[in-house]
Every structure is written in structure tokens, then in C-alpha cells.
Unconditional design. Sequence first.
Length: 439
Amino acid sequence: MPSLPTLSGLPGLAVLRAMGRDRSLLAGLAAMRQHLGNAFQITLPGFKPIVFVGPETNRHILVTGRDDFLWRTESDPVTKLLRHGLLVEDGESHDCLRGVMEPTLQRAQVNGHIDAFWECTTTVTDGWTDGDTVDMLVEMRKAALLILMETLFAVDFRPDLERLWRPILASIEYISPGAWLVWPGAPRASRKAELAELDDYLYTIIRERRASCAETGQTGDDLLSVLVAHPAMDDDLIRDQLLTMLIAGHDTSTALLAWALFMLGVHPDALAQATAEARAVLGPAPPTPEQLKELSFLDTVIKETLRLYPPIHVGNRRAGHDTEVEGYPVPQDNRVMYSIYLSHRDPEHWEQPDDFCPARFDRSEKGGTPPAFAYVPFGGGPRNCIGATFAQVEAKAVLGKILYDFDLELLPGRVHEHMGATLEPRPGVKMRVWRSRKS
Ligand code: HEM
């Protein structure tokens, strides 16, 4: 078996230089791939993940060798926070939870949420006045949170948005990569009070839903109601699923929406085309699923944004036993990462990989469909993103609504890729907004 390349000597310096220049760990990873190839090992004290890039190894980790890898690592903050949430469970427990939740996220259910996607966006944009400068990273988080609570939990989150803003951000910071990666016992800022406030809220909505279901004898078809009605789910297990969906389901969408607006902002031609399309296809009332399908240019913008800035830029696993990936040895318990970000920029599979080019996803043009497993913004195989359909319909509805209602202008300023729980445009996406004459 070939041994895994690691960094040393001159390539090591080149990687450090790239990280310093771009102030980004991702730039370091990209430089490592350039020097070491599509499989390599990071060898920091206490942190030695094996990183794989490209369709063959993605397919291996996600599908063919799926059973060799585990998600759960007890010492990781994400496991401590989500406890027994779908995202951090393995084996039968994972598959059972997935079976319970998946029906609430099928396309038919998602299409039933389009009105809510539209109305929640309006709630946010009602606060914008002509000539305002807004930070789309903040505004899109508001929209994504209102949407998630309204659709999956059937809860009106407007009265609680402000109060729970800090606790939600604290939960995201808690699981973001940091010193704990190299030093699991590293002292960390205590977020006890904020996390307890969020828990308190989640347990309250669970209790209230149990009471209202018992009183009316009726069960809704939203996720919270389905969980409450399930005989094997106690309040703790439901809290774990709600927190999982709350974080996985809104922080990712926030990043996608903010990056998409940023990409439109730096490409005025694309902004003009997406705006013209939204105004030709949409009207003042919430759109039908067919209308959203007609937003074919916006669709390519969303796909291209997910290629360049995948909100989940890396998939994390732990080897369940000694194994191998496409000929490379992987010892038991070693952390394994499949890099979505680097796969999406692999010059072997993408022409001019760093360029924003929505046309590469245009089905009417040559190409149109990337090679299988070269494009994995939602992962793949049985553990792919449970909210993939939800996220894509949501993105089209929210962006379509904004483009229909507003003329946008990106303000100058450096934006960098921040590796938090998701890949975010930091320090934010500042845009000037004017209500369009059509809305
Ligand atoms: C742009 C938006 C989104 C992106 C890019 C995204 C990306 C991903 C990726 C890459 C994975 C697989 C990670 C892995 O293999 O380790 C995943 C899993 C997951 N996602 Fe998403 N996601 C998005 C939106 C959502 C939404 C809206 C929800 C909930 C409504 C959601 C809930 C989850 C959950 C619960 C899992 C774990 C599934 C399992 O282990 O069975 N995500 N997501």
C-alpha cells in the first residue's frame, strides 16, 4: 500500500505562506493538495486527519466503504451539544431516526412550505428601506431561522428571534473548529447560560406541542408534531433532533444565501440576469413550484455558489477499524475528511475551477452535469443531507423574492472565507438596497 504523503521541508513553508497570505486555513489545505496530491495526512500534534479529495474517494467514503466509517466522536463538541441528534448517531440508531424524520422533508412537503419561505423573507425585508445598507449575512440568518421554525416546527419564531439570537450564535461557536481540535481539553469560553436558554426554549415548545396534541387529539405533519407523536421519542431525544435541525438546517442556508448574494454582487451581469428572470417569472404573490422551476438561471447561480463556497466544506468521519481508502491505509480511530471544497475546485474535473461560471450547470449547454461525486455540496449516499431539497427550494424562493422586490448593490470591502461551523463570508455581505418599482 502507498503511504500517505505528509508535509515537511519546503512544501511546508509554502503552505504556511499561503495561509498567511489569504488568512485562511482553506488556503493552507489547497496548497497542501497542490503539493501532496489528492490524499494526504495533516500531522499536527494531536490532530492527524487523513484528507481525501475527488470523486473516487468521495464515493468510497460516502457509499461503497460507508460501513467502515463512523460519525460519532464522543469528545467532539458537536457530539456533546447534539447528544443523540441524527447528525452524530451511527448504525441502527441513525437509520431509525432518519426513517422517522425523512418523510417530513420530501419534495411534496417542501413544496407546501413555499408560501412560508416567501412570507418569512417578507418579514425580514419589511425592515429595509430605500437606500439602506444591510448585512446579508445577518439578514439571511434571520430569514433562515424564521423559515426553519415556521416550517419544520410549526412555531412562530418572530417574538423570540431577538432574545434567542445570542444563544443560537453561541451554540454555533461552541461546535466551530478551534483549539479543541488539536487539544481536546483546551479551556474554552463557557457558554453554559446561553446553551441553557436555548434548551429551555426547545423543551418548552416540546411540552406545549405535547399538551396541544393531547388536548385536540390531532397531530400535525410538521417535524415537531411527528416527533412528539412517536411512541419511542422522549423529550430529551426530541430536543436533540430539534437542536440538530435548528443548527444544521439554518446555518448552512444562511451561508448559501449570503454567498449567493455576494457572488451576484461581484458579478453585475449575473445580478442583472437573475433580477430580470425573477421579475419576468414571479409576481407579488407567493410562487408555485412550477414558477420556481422556471428560475433556471437562478438555479445555476445557486449550484455554482454551492460549488465555490460549499457551506459544509468538509465531511468528517472516524475509521471504525483498520481499513483502506482507494489503496491508502487508514488506521482504526483515525479522523478522515473528505474535502468538499477541494473536490469542487479540482482542476482535473472543473475547467477554470476558481471562476464563478453559472453556465457550467446550464443543462442546455455542453456539460451541464458534473461527474458523479465530483460535486457533493450535500454529501452523498445514505447519509446525504436530509434537507437538500428543502435548502434548494428555500434558496430559490428567498433569493427570488429579494430580487423581485429589490435592486441591490454590493458595497466595496474585503470578504474572506471563514471556517466556522459552516463556511461563511466574513465579516459580512454589505449591500445597498432599493425597492424596485415593480414590487
Ligand atoms: C445549503 C444548505 C445545506 C447544505 C450545503 C448542507 C450540507 C450537508 C452535507 C454536506 C451533509 C453531509 C455531511 C457528511 O457527509 O458528513 C449534510 C447532512 C445533514 N444535513 Fe444538511 N445541508 C444544508 C441544509 C440542510 C437543511 C435545510 C437541513 C434541515 C432541514 C439539513 C440537515 C442535515 C442533517 C440533519 C444532516 C445529517 C444527515 C444524516 O446524517 O443522516 N441540512 N448536510
